[in-house]
Ligand binder design. Structure first.
Ligand SMILES: [Zn+2]
Length: 122
């Protein structure tokens, strides 16, 4: 009999470890222990719940799944789950916010994390 988690939230927590050196707003990052994609973002395996591929396995970005599972946030196909803690492997729902890629890049530039070849030498 295969082990089953009571729900997706339990499964996400069981596959993370609390960070000791990465915090946001006083709470530690939840570091994903599972698979990562080529860009270093956490990946989780899910099954299609409906449609012609119902029951088939699909992979999804775990930080997106975390935001939907814990915060009941609806994410459209075009919207992104932004890391407020700037730690790509973090799946702590309190460190995530839904938004557009436009607002994601604005946050990056506002924090000075963007690349520019014209930056003045410090
Ligand atoms: Zn975090």
């Amino acid at each position: 009999m295969p082990f089953k988690y009571p729900d997706l939230c339990h499964r996400i927590v069981a596959n993370t470890v609390m960070a000791v050196d990465s915090f946001y707003d006083g709470t530690p990052c939840w570091l994903w222990l599972g698979k990562r994609n080529a860009s270093g973002y956490p990946v989780i395996s899910l099954r299609w719940q409906r449609g012609p591929r119902k029951g088939k396995v699909r992979s999804a970005l775990a930080h997106r799944v975390s935001l939907v599972a814990f915060k009941r946030r609806r994410l459209s196909a075009r919207s992104v789950a932004k890391h407020l803690c700037n730690n790509p492997v973090c799946v702590n729902p309190d460190h995530l916010a839904g938004g557009t890629q436009r607002s994601n890049i604005r946050q990056c530039v506002a924090e000075g994390r963007h690349y520019t070849p014209f930056r003045e030498a410090a």
